[in-house]
Design a protein around this ligand. Structure first.
Ligand code: FAD
Length: 407
């Protein structure tokens, strides 16, 4: 099927593109240099909030929430959101300018879907306004966290409060002073059925008893200004009203948290890969080796062709995932979500690798975003659930759906 964008989306995408040209591409390298300076650790550049405000005023804000999340959604379908994500992802830090970045977008979705009015008032509204940041703390160092039912952090009811004890790591964004709230998953009902033992609870970042054990480096980068934290929870007390949806709903929330988020993640990787391809083509057209431009060399032509095929396949698959979500609902989209989760990070890693090679030494330097894309695509094959978990799920679903068809 075709995925022609509606007039509304063409216009919105053009405005987004113009915003990227005016405010983001010119500052791409400033951001890297500023964030790498140790004196600026965990801070944002001085110009950053100004351009976020401009994006908000321009209505280029919270575009990640599909129309069923009214009144907070700008009213777009998943298929309409997809090309916007490609555009806003062509610079590694740009999604956050439009308040569309992970992990905040998944957390906002949880609060919009499951939060009480009080929880929405206290935490969702400031997140939607971009006034605060959030984190999602599921993964624990001592257990295989690709299986969410393994989580051990204890959530114990004590009168009008819950008490949390345990350890989390890889909590993205939790090092930033802007992070004010965390969605923490832990075990509250150890005697219940395996998928009903866990809960997700809201924990303000400054609650006494939360200790930052260390910041983790990703391929030796601190990922400032958000960071990835290892946290100790030592008798951390929060009001009972901070429980999201109810005791025992943690696994359901973990599964549901990344519905639209997963195809948006994939479309982000398509955007980054497309940018690598654009840079690769420009470089091949100007760089001369052994008497001719690189673009004249068959091997370079083939690498460019492979990139284009791979990106277009991933783009169309991601649009299809969004289309199935729009027309048949989340359940029908599950196999497509698994497919894009497997395909998009691997595709972006391959494309970045090829672009790197065409750039030679410059390809591994700070002069382009290519090394960032390579690293991001590589850790994405773990961070949002390892490839193997998505492949096993897809394999099982496929065997179930196709079993008996050939007979
Ligand atoms: C940069 C980054 C950011 C992250 N951000 C967050 C965050 O914000 N919040 C959060 O809670 N977590 C976050 N994570 C953690 C991430 O979700 C976990 O690393 C991931 O779920 C895998 O869990 P694990 O590391 O315990 O690996 P394990 O569960 O120990 O798995 C290790 C390996 O075992 C293999 N494996 C696992 N299951 C299967 C299977 N079924 N079949 C075959 N092989 C299998 C895979 O090769 C897998 O990579 C982040 C991770 C990274 C790297």
């Amino acid at each position: 099927m075709g995925f022609e964008a509606s007039e509304k989306v063409v216009e919105l995408n053009a405005r987004l593109q113009a915003f990227m040209e005016e405010h983001i591409y010119p500052r791409e390298h400033d951001w890297d240099e500023w964030c790498l300076d140790q004196d600026n650790l965990w801070q944002v550049p001085p110009w950053y909030d100004g351009i976020r405000e401009k994006a908000r005023e321009a209505g280029l804000w919270n575009l990640f929430l599909p129309h069923e999340y009214a009144p907070w959604s700008p009213g777009l379908t998943n298929v309409e959101i997809a090309p916007l994500f490609e555009t806003m992802s062509k610079v590694t830090w740009a999604q956050a300018v439009f308040n569309c970045n992970a992990p905040d977008r998944g957390n906002m979705e949880v609060l919009a879907k499951y939060g009480t009015e009080e929880q929405q008032e206290q935490w969702l509204n400031p997140l939607l306004a971009g006034e605060i940041r959030s984190a999602y703390a599921m993964t624990e160092p001592q257990v295989a966290s690709s299986d969410a039912t393994n989580m051990e952090l204890e959530i114990r009811r004590d009168g009008d409060e819950y008490v949390l004890n345990g350890r989390k790591w890889w909590t993205t964004g939790a090092v930033s002073p802007r992070c004010k709230i965390m969605l923490v998953m832990g075990k509250s009902n150890p005697d219940a059925e395996r998928h009903r033992q866990h809960s997700t609870i809201l924990v303000p970042r400054d609650t006494p008893g939360i200790k930052l054990v260390r910041t983790l480096r990703v391929f030796d980068s601190l990922h400032s200004p958000g960071g990835e934290a290892e946290l100790l929870f030592d008798d951390v007390r929060v009001p009972a009203s901070n429980m999201i949806k109810g005791e025992g709903c943690g696994f359901e929330i973990a599964q549901g948290r990344l519905g639209p988020g997963r195809f948006q993640y994939a479309m982000g990787l398509v955007g980054l890969a497309q940018r690598c391809l654009e840079l690769m083509c420009a470089r091949a057209d100007e760089r001369v080796a052994f008497g001719e431009k690189l673009i004249k060399k068959t091997s370079v032509q083939h690498e460019i062709a492979r990139c284009r095929c791979d990106i277009e396949q991933a783009r169309l698959l991601t649009l299809q995932a969004a289309h199935v979500m729009d027309t048949q609902g989340m359940k029908a989209a599950i196999p497509y979500i698994s497919m894009v989760k497997i395909v998009a990070p691997n595709m972006a890693q391959q494309v970045a690798d090829r672009a790197m090679q065409v750039f030679g030494g410059a390809g591994v330097s700070q002069d382009t975003l290519i090394p960032h894309v390579f690293a991001l695509a590589r850790f994405s094959r773990i961070a949002d659930g390892p490839d193997e978990v998505h492949m096993s799920q897809l394999g099982k679903l496929t065997a179930r759906d196709l079993n008996g068809i050939s007979r």
